[in-house]
Design a protein around this ligand. Structure first.
Ligand code: GLC
Length: 538
């Protein structure tokens, strides 16, 4: 297997608007991030993924870009961004930028021109039709919006304010490649490519048999030609790391994006867990891991994550954020850092931050949730019931401000935060976590350190010994003569796990665990609730 820095890296995602506010306007900003870089470095992070901070009307928190070459006021200035890049590099870390090229804002000058007349030279930069088909978008009941000026509909995979670019048009592609080189020439270390599976659209936009299953938006023919061209024209000329957001892909489809001999992207986020498994389903999760491992290993590289700015915090969604919050947060971290692929930490995960339930829809900001709320209430459904049905997976679960300490607004801002702070900040915060040797933070530090010292955690082969076990997840990673065993009891009660013959014959050396006082030497492991152990077998 080819060794590369991004396979060995641990990535930390910074949702800057909720990270740290340096000027009291209620929004986190680039200067705030600069002030907290030592915190990130201390955790052991190699790469920072920065959510979009380009100029934007901010209808979808920066994913609606109106100028690819400037920084949005809320985030700061280009000068602040340059200082950030410098300060990240000074600390021997890398910076990847989130880039949205499937769509722009409807306020982008390209779109303003495109919509102005049918014969505008930029008309074909977006997708216009006389009649809509029956597709939904991610955020609205129709993927088409009528525009009175020219009496046609334009296509949008997300909100009305996010028209899709027409990737068939070579001028569009050229312009995007030029813009990518602009950022790469500034010295960034790669991109997280937003909604990249959506670039190609099917010929003629045929109606869908089931419009509610929006898979038709993704993985359409022609997509890989664009990615190969993007690689050829841009990526291959830099020592960078690219990770694509790839919805609705099977492992076989996923391999097309990341197979090393295809020269498209380095890695991907697939969403078989976060999009398709609303709560913890152990057997399904294990199957997903196994299928992706078998499809990709030795050919292309995977990512490991259970939450991000779009997905409810992992300890709330997939663990136990109540009586076993600490154990559960550590177990999930142990799993993500020992399964094959590059692990991602979403800000706040390293202190075990939890999801949130606001009592009123007005306290929410997420455009996906708010649009859905309106759509459902308009059908005559009870507003309270709609609110409750949307709360568990609202994207705002992960977007509440980073909890730095137990002072007002969790020390995030001296002003009024753009979104409410999670009320549990008095107990769950960075200050507490740094002081407590038993915190999730210190456990994550150890996990990351372990990865740096032991290539087996990166390059070791993977084997699951518990495919049909409902609670225990036990698997090995092996590299040359190094053999590790990871045992997780993802459950609110204790479980015994009897090691199968081949594993029982080794001596075990505990490298890391989330409980103290393990004194077992026999073939049966008495695993306590949410207990996680990493053993070296000798
Ligand atoms: C991606 C982003 C999400 C955004 C969407 C549209 O899924 O992660 O936050 O709303 O793309 O750009």
């Amino acid at each position: 297997m080819k060794k590369t820095w991004w396979k060995e890296a641990v990535v930390y995602q910074v949702y800057w608007r909720s990270f740290y506010d340096s000027d009291g306007d209620g929004y986190g900003d680039l200067q705030g991030l600069i002030e907290k870089l030592d915190y990130i470095k201390h955790l052991g992070i190699d790469v920072i993924w920065l959510n979009p901070c380009y100029e934007s009307p901010d209808k979808d928190n920066g994913y609606d870009i109106s100028n690819y070459y400037t920084i949005m006021d809320k985030a700061g200035t280009m000068k602040a961004w340059e200082t950030l890049l410098d300060e990240v590099h000074k600390r021997d870390m890398k910076l990847i930028m989130d880039l949205v090229v499937n769509h722009t804002s409807n306020k982008h000058p390209w779109f303003l021109e495109s919509r102005s007349s049918k014969d505008n030279p930029k008309r074909d930069w977006y997708i216009w039709r006389d009649k809509p088909n029956n597709w939904r978008s991610y955020f609205t009941p129709s993927a088409w919006e009528y525009d009175e000026t020219t009496e046609q509909y334009y296509f949008h995979s997300f909100a009305v304010e996010q028209p899709d670019l027409n990737w068939k048009n070579p001028e569009v592609r050229e312009e995007i490649y030029k813009m990518m080189r602009f950022w790469l020439d500034k010295g960034i270390d790669g991109f997280r490519l937003d909604a990249i599976a959506l670039l190609a659209k099917p010929e003629g936009f045929p109606d869908a048999a089931n419009p509610n299953d929006i898979r038709y938006l993704t993985n359409n023919p022609g997509l890989h030609d664009y990615l190969r061209e993007m690689n050829e024209r841009v990526f291959k000329h830099y020592d960078i790391f690219t990770v694509g957001e790839v919805a609705f892909a099977s492992p076989e489809e996923g391999l097309k994006y990341v197979a090393e001999d295809r020269h498209e992207l380095h890695t991907l986020f697939h969403f078989e867990v976060c999009d398709e498994m609303p709560s913890w389903e152990p057997l399904r999760f294990k199957q997903i891991q196994k299928r992706w491992y078998e499809a990709l290993w030795g050919k292309g590289w995977n990512s490991q994550f259970l939450n991000n700015h779009d997905h409810t915090r992992q300890v709330t969604r997939y663990g136990n954020d109540k009586e076993y919050r600490l154990e559960s947060a550590k177990l999930l971290g142990t799993m993500l850092h020992t399964l094959p692929g590059t692990p991602y930490i979403y800000q706040g995960e390293e202190i075990g931050m939890t999801g949130v339930r606001f009592s009123s829809i007005d306290d929410y900001n997420d455009i996906a949730m708010k649009n859905k709320y309106e759509e459902e209430v308009a059908k005559g459904r009870d507003p309270q019931e709609v609110l409750e049905s949307l709360q568990p997976l609202s994207r705002d679960n992960s977007r509440t401000p980073m909890q730095w300490d137990d002072s007002r607004h969790a020390g995030f801002t001296t002003g009024t935060p753009w979104i409410k702070v999670n009320p549990n900040y008095k107990d769950i915060n960075v200050k507490q976590a740094l002081e407590d040797p038993n915190s999730v933070y210190h456990y994550y530090r150890k996990l990351i350190q372990l990865r740096k010292e032991n290539p087996v955690m990166v390059y070791g082969t993977f084997r699951d010994y518990t495919e049909t076990e409902p609670y225990i997840y036990a698997y090995t990673r092996e590299l040359d003569s190094e053999r590790w065993l990871i045992v997780l009891n993802h459950c609110d009660h204790a479980n015994d796990y009897e090691l199968p013959a081949p594993l029982a014959s080794y001596k075990r050396e505990l490298l890391l665990g989330n409980y103290e006082d393990i004194q077992e030497h026999g073939a049966v492991l008495h695993m306590r609730p949410h207990e996680a152990r990493i053993y070296k077998l000798v």
